[in-house]
Write a protein that binds this ligand. Structure first.
Ligand SMILES: [Zn+2]
Length: 387
């Protein structure tokens, strides 16, 4: 077995992402005079295609672009920052060692532009359209093989909105398939989530799929494999200096590559994504010394997470109601239907499983004399509940 610390070491990689101020969504169909690099193009779309994309690439009508490029023009025409003071004010982070980026992307609502922008402004552009980018863009903005101040760094500035949306959908479907595989619950919905994007692979393997229609797990595994044929291309192995020589490291030319690399390590180590015991949110396995039970505490906060506290408070609220009122099994069943809790989207929900509520009684260790006495009396009156 690989312990948590080893996993933390495995996912360690180098690639600092510079967040270029805020990202904004821009319609590319019109002329935009604020964009100083527009020279011969008639619309922003034509200009952006010319500067940042390969010849053949047709940009869609909407892009997410760094405000620094779009309005401030803090870069000179070679794509370098005009002064280093500006760089110092940018947020810089290494996504390889950020546990939240993975699951935050999973919970982005692809049909809500603000949700996508919130993610990008927190973590940077995904780089999902990198293979359509021009050499000029790669050389100046997204070349992590260039060491800068001892770090590999990328400064993504523009991304095709429709490609971002499609790639978030694929990522979410891939995570769902992996989670489904681990809990042995692959359903058609999981498979259909990826079917649209893997049409060519499916056609090539048509006989294969016809032969094993009953074996959903085999199809799911093949689909994940197929996603990974593309997903790891932005990742490169590198040498990392260590105390006694060198060790293996990784770098990525895109944020999306890093996120897929984290899932890749989870898959290879047969780690399970887990659902929070309180709110039901899917989480990536903990790399710090925490059990995979509740959502992780906020960054920089030690101790219990909010979900862990909320769960304990829920027990503290409802257990005394059962014990004080000496509720029998049927009454507990009724009570459990009305227990209030909050799901990961902040909605108030009612009802916890009966079995779970019984567990709160079975696991209870009373501390005060008064509570000990109350518990003993309750046990005597309802021996069946404790069987
Ligand atoms: Zn939670």
């Amino acid at each position: 077995m690989i312990d948590n610390q080893q996993i933390a070491n495995i996912i360690e990689g180098d690639t600092y992402i510079y967040l270029n101020k805020l990202a904004v969504s821009v319609n590319t169909r019109y002329r935009h005079y604020s964009f100083s690099e527009i020279k011969n193009g008639n619309t922003l779309k034509e200009s952006l295609e010319k500067i940042y994309y390969k010849n053949s690439y047709k940009l869609s009508d909407e892009v997410i672009i760094s405000e620094a490029i779009y309005i401030d023009n803090k870069l000179n025409k070679d794509g370098q920052f005009k002064n280093l003071d500006y760089i110092k004010n940018l947020k810089k982070y290494n996504p390889f060692i950020n546990e939240n980026v993975f699951i935050d992307l999973y919970y982005v609502d692809v049909n809500n532009k603000q949700s996508i922008l919130n993610f990008i402004n927190k973590y940077g552009l995904l780089g999902s359209d990198y293979k359509f980018k021009s050499d000029y863009y790669i050389k100046n903005f997204a070349n992590p093989k260039t060491l800068f101040s001892g770090n590999y760094m990328i400064k993504p500035i523009i991304e095709d909105y429709s490609v971002i949306k499609e790639n978030i959908k694929i990522f979410k479907a891939t995570v769902n398939l992996w989670h489904g595989l681990k809990v042995d619950n692959i359903n058609e919905k999981h498979l259909n989530g990826l079917l649209d994007y893997l049409t060519r692979d499916i056609e090539e393997n048509f006989n294969y799929f016809e032969e094993v229609p009953a074996n959903k797990n085999v199809i799911a595994k093949t689909m994940i494999q197929s996603v990974y044929d593309e997903a790891l291309k932005p990742i490169s192995p590198i040498l990392r200096p260590s105390e006694d020589g060198y060790k293996a490291g990784y770098t990525s030319s895109t944020l999306l590559g890093v996120i897929y690399f984290q899932l890749y390590k989870i898959i290879l180590n047969q780690k399970q994504l887990y659902k929070c015991k309180y709110c039901g949110k899917l989480n990536s396995p903990n790399t710090k010394n925490r059990s995979d039970e509740y959502c992780k505490p906020q960054e920089g906060i030690e101790g219990h997470s909010k979900c862990n506290n909320d769960y304990n408070n829920m027990i503290k609220k409802y257990r005394p109601i059962i014990l004080n009122n000496k509720l029998d099994s049927d009454s507990i069943k009724e009570l459990s239907k009305n227990i209030e809790w909050t799901d990961y989207e902040g909605n108030t929900r009612r009802g916890r499983p009966f079995k779970e509520v019984l567990q709160w009684l079975k696991n209870y260790t009373a501390r005060s004399e008064k509570n000990k006495k109350m518990l003993e009396e309750y046990k005597d009156d309802h021996p069946n509940i404790f069987k």
